[in-house]
Structures are given as C-alpha cells and as structure tokens.
Design a binder for this molecule. Structure first.
Ligand code: 5GP
Ligand code: MG
Length: 181
C-alpha cells in the first residue's frame, strides 16, 4: 500500500516501525526484563527527552517494583549528527549504591552517551548495571558498547518519532520514521 501521510505524518518519507510494531516489541522487552529481575526492585535511569515514550510504555508493562530517575543528556545539539560532547544534568540526591540499575535510552548511535552514563553510574557501586535501548544503529561505535536489551536494529539513518526529535519536533509521532530530505 502506498504511504500517503497526512497531518503530523506529512514530513515523513517513510515509516520504519508502526505504533503497533513498537508496542509488540516493547511488550517482549518487558517480559525479558521481568524474568531477569524477578524478585528484585529496579532502579531505572531514563534519559530524557528521547526515551520518554519508550520508558513510559515499557515500565507500565514491567510487573516489578520500580524506582524511576530521569536524567537529561544531550549529544545532538539541534543537528542530525552527534557532537561528541555529552552534557548530563546529574540528579542531586540519588544514591545508586547497592541498587539494580537499568539505564534506558532511545538510540544507541556512537555509544558515547551510554558509555559516559555507564561510567558515571558504575562509579557509584550499584549491585548491578544493565542498559536498554529501543533502537540500535548498525554501525561501528566510537566507543565499544552494546545494550543488554535492544528493541530493533536499524540502518545508520536519522530517525524521528516516538520520543525522538529533529530540532525539537516530531517527538509526538506515534510511529518511528525517516524524514523527507
Ligand atoms: P550516541 O551518544 O550513542 O551517539 O547518541 C545517543 C543519542 O543521540 C540518543 O540518545 C539520541 O538522543 C540521539 N540520536 C542518535 N541517533 C539519533 C537519530 O537517528 N534520531 C534522533 N532523533 N536522535 C538520535
Ligand atoms: Mg537522547
């Protein structure tokens, strides 16, 4: 069927994952997390704003006690390529020592963001530290890192929707797609 978008979808060239496909995969990830952390309490560190929708949907499907900490980290400063410089707004009074920490982000791209956060969190002696992303880009990483939980592997293209923006827009698209050139 031809893709004939309207409204907020009209800037998309194509859809990579529909809202339904995302929900199906997020449910599978929730089951995987539940079985790995059975009987424990999760401390989720969610990177805003990109992971907002992913984390909201995922955590509501995880049947475990959860503490949620949100952090702001940015490496794309209004562009389509990582600047390589990670800005993190660290929470003032959260103690991660002895906690089962799960770090969640929207996309694993160069790896700089997750690696930096992983380093900062591991310095605080959590009982365990795992990472999860909705999307992993198929490309060589600037730093060697892979996510313990990953929703989809995608080509090295700039995506928007389901929390992910271009210059602050498109976060509220229900699907994930590629913008028109
Ligand atoms: P990394 O540090 O791995 O290079 O980049 C991770 C961050 O860059 C993600 O949290 C995400 O905010 C942003 N990012 C990477 N690729 C894309 C993309 O294709 N689209 C959007 N909107 N953001 C991206
Ligand atoms: Mg991000």
């Amino acid at each position: 069927m031809a893709f004939s978008p309207s409204g907020i979808m009209s800037d998309l060239d194509r859809i990579l994952y529909s809202a339904e496909e995302i929900q199906t995969r997020v449910c599978e990830m929730a089951r995987e997390i539940e079985s790995n952390y059975a009987g424990r309490t999760l401390t989720v560190v969610a990177l805003m704003d990109g992971a907002l929708f992913f984390v909201a949907d995922l955590l509501r499907k995880v049947n475990l006690p959860v503490h949620l900490v949100t952090l702001s980290a940015s490496s794309y400063h209004g562009t389509m390529a990582s600047s390589g410089e990670i800005r993190i707004q660290w929470p003032a009074s959260v103690d991660f020592a002895g906690k089962d920490v799960l770090l969640l982000d929207d996309i694993l791209d160069t790896g700089l963001t997750l690696a930096e956060l992983q380093k900062r969190l591991s310095e605080q002696n959590p009982a365990s530290l795992r990472t999860g992303v909705l999307l992993t880009k198929k490309k060589p990483r600037t730093v060697e890192i892979r996510a313990d939980y990953s929703g989809f592997e995608i080509e090295d293209e700039f995506v928007v929707g389901y929390g992910m923006d271009y210059q602050g827009r498109f976060r509220n698209l229900p699907c994930i797609g590629i913008l028109k050139p």
